[in-house]
Design a protein around this ligand. Structure first.
Ligand SMILES: [Zn+2]
Length: 268
């Protein structure tokens, strides 16, 4: 791996696998239970589904907000400071690369920390929404979170059952439907964001994929582009990925260990 990446400006593409050491589970990992991710159509089309979603998210986002970067995120930030990593495209919405100090990050699928109105486009922080949801549901967090430990999914949802009495809130500006500023299944990544990510790949000399099975096209297309451009592609992931056929090198080890080994190899 060191020979392949030596002297090259590396674009890093990360997925859920890099954040598992921060306590955010990888729902596509080989040992993880299967999940049915919510689709955009379910969210906008079904009020009871949406209520259940917001109730889970209202607990889950705090867990994500409290998560800390791990060795892997810190290694990527070190590699950027050293001039090895030239930018990061992440499929994660946890902001852990930014929290670790990486400056050039494209949050391909958005961020757990922002909420958007689907009608007027107004944005608000998840913290602001949390205050409004707490006011609308004064007893909710205590009742549910107090009962048991809450299981958290990678999209900031808590897995809970009792959501029937949860009250949603609407956009304060227009009364429209609010949605976390996260790209869900059935939704497209905004075009300018995709373009910026392609540009980051084009400006790099190598692509390093870390902790993604590349199941969805939103990530796989960057691997295809890198392959088309003849860039060396290193994939670090436990388990098969859809990009394996394009990989110059595939490493089936933990993300944090591999990234830390790159930092250790930096000249002192
Ligand atoms: Zn609005």
């Amino acid at each position: 791996m060191l020979e392949l990446l030596h002297g090259r400006r590396v674009c890093v593409l990360t997925g859920a696998g890099i954040s598992t050491d921060s306590g955010i589970p990888d729902y596509r990992g080989p040992d993880s239970p299967p999940r049915n991710p919510m689709t955009y159509q379910q969210f906008v089309g079904d009020p009871s589904f949406r209520r259940h979603y917001w109730a889970r998210n209202h607990l889950g986002w705090r867990h994500m907000d409290a998560a800390q970067p791990n060795t892997g995120h810190r290694a990527v930030a070190d590699l950027e400071r050293a001039g090895v990593v030239h930018g990061v495209i992440t499929q994660n919405v946890d902001l852990l690369h930014t929290k670790a100090g990486t400056r050039r990050v494209i949050d391909l699928h958005g961020s757990y920390a922002q909420v958007r109105c689907l009608d007027c486009g107004a944005r608000l922080s998840r913290m602001t929404l949390a205050e409004r949801l707490d006011a609308a549901n004064p007893a909710f967090a205590d009742t549910v979170a107090g009962a048991t430990g809450v299981e958290i999914a990678p999209d900031a949802d808590a897995v809970i059952e009792t959501t029937d009495h949860f009250l949603m809130v609407d956009c304060a500006e227009c009364g429209g439907m609010l949605k976390p500023d996260i790209v869900y299944f059935g939704e497209s990544v905004p075009k300018p964001r995709v373009a910026a990510a392609f540009e980051m790949v084009s400006d790099a000399d190598a692509l390093l994929v870390v902790g993604s099975s590349l199941t969805v096209m939103s990530g796989l297309r960057f691997v295809r582009r890198a392959a088309r451009d003849g860039l060396p592609i290193v994939i670090v992931n436990r388990g098969t990925t859809r990009g394996d056929e394009f990989a110059t090198l595939k490493i089936e080890q933990g993300c944090s260990d591999v990234l830390q080994s790159l930092v250790s190899a930096l000249p002192a």
